[in-house]
Ligand binder design. Structure first.
Ligand code: SF4
Ligand code: SF4
Length: 355
């Protein structure tokens, strides 16, 4: 691929912050953070076949209160990127205030919130309020796994596809007034849609004007009775199609890393091992709705924040957390998790040189 000089300069400039984390990991530092995954609720109104939180959803777990979240955030230091998750995050009436806490206490510069789109009006009102409280980049990520009935079937709710379109329309209108709002689409590739991905890419290219349409391989401990990972052969054949997306073509730098992610995910699935070092997990902790703390959302928790007087660092620097990070560095786990692996690429000088 030929890149213009300007793009090359942009690549180096954009990825310098990630290289910083590479050097920090070489010197065994595990702070300051790159970001935080915060699963703020276990409540959800969809029934997605691929849900990796399916065992926790709607079990009446006691969510962290706003006051508890405030105490936690004050103990964390800088958190430039806040990646909210769930459950369906918009179930929480205090979602805007949660965002504000991190914006004020942790110098957060970017917030990303995924949604299944079902609570359409609440999503719009809550997003408006977040933008009022936090003058930073806010991305709402619409989950979309197929066109029409395919999406409804995978997400377990009739009519949810139409809800995604309604949500897209509302939010794009809002984005015209609020340029710091971004709307993206995320799709999960699985056994249920591996034969319809081309149709989905065309649909997004032609109907949704979004900056990013990310397609990632199904991850985590989903319910294997309902769904499976895509077949290796089909996924391999799909990669060229993924790279031909017009939406992807809008950003050459992203396209470069995105292509590297899919090659990495393919090798990981085939060889069933960690191919490049997973460094980002030392800088991007996870907290779930009940206050459990994780090095990685696919691994067991290393403590609960309610048991340490809301002192996050007490868990993060505990022997248990450090031992798990050593295990990760020893490549005892592997995955195709997009949010981690796409960040691991620019943290690997070898991968960067290859790109
Ligand atoms: S919307 Fe998310 S949390 Fe809810 S069931 Fe689907 S994957 Fe799970
Ligand atoms: S390789 Fe995957 S499972 Fe292991 S720590 Fe990294 S993101 Fe988590």
């Amino acid at each position: 691929m030929t890149m213009r000089l300007l793009d090359k300069i942009k690549l180096i400039k954009n990825d310098w912050p990630m290289l910083k984390f590479f050097f920090r990991s070489v010197f065994k530092q595990d702070q300051p953070f790159f970001g935080l995954f915060f699963q703020i609720t276990d409540r959800c109104n969809a029934r997605c076949a691929m849900c990796f939180n399916w065992q926790k959803i709607n079990k009446g777990n006691k969510e962290l209160s706003l006051d508890e979240i405030n105490k936690i955030s004050k103990s964390m230091g800088t958190v430039p990127a806040l990646s909210i998750g769930g459950g369906e995050p918009f179930f929480r009436d205090d979602l805007p205030e949660i965002c504000e806490i991190f914006y004020k206490n942790n110098k957060t510069k970017r917030i990303s919130i995924p949604t299944n789109s079902l609570l359409t009006e609440k999503i719009l009102q809550s997003t408006k309020r977040i933008l009022e409280l936090c003058p930073i980049k806010v991305s709402i990520v619409l989950s979309l796994d197929g066109v029409g009935e395919i999406h409804d079937k995978i997400r377990g709710v009739k009519g949810i596809f139409q809800k995604v379109l309604e949500n897209y329309k509302n939010l794009t209108a809002l984005a015209l007034e609020r340029p710091n709002l971004r709307i993206n689409v995320n799709s999960t590739i699985s056994s249920e849609n591996e034969d319809y991905i081309s149709e989905l890419i065309d649909f997004v290219d032609e109907n949704l004007n979004v900056k990013f349409h990310t397609l990632e391989v199904i991850r985590g401990s989903f319910n294997e009775k309902n769904i499976k990972a895509p077949s290796l052969e089909k996924y391999k054949r799909l990669i060229n199609r993924l790279m031909a997306s017009k939406t992807l073509g809008k950003d050459e730098i992203h396209k470069l890393f995105y292509g590297a992610y899919h090659q990495l995910a393919l090798r990981t699935m085939a060889e069933k091992k960690q191919i490049i070092p997973c460094r980002i997990s030392s800088f991007m902790p996870v907290i779930d709705a009940e206050g459990n703390v994780y090095n990685c959302e696919l691994l067991p928790p290393v403590g609960n924040i309610r048991e340490t007087g809301y002192n996050f660092m007490k868990i993060w620097h505990s022997d248990k957390a450090k031992k798990q990070r050593r295990d990760i560095a020893d490549k005892r786990c592997y995955c195709t998790h997009y949010c981690y692996q796409i960040q691991n690429i620019p943290m690997s000088p070898v991968q960067l040189l290859k790109l």
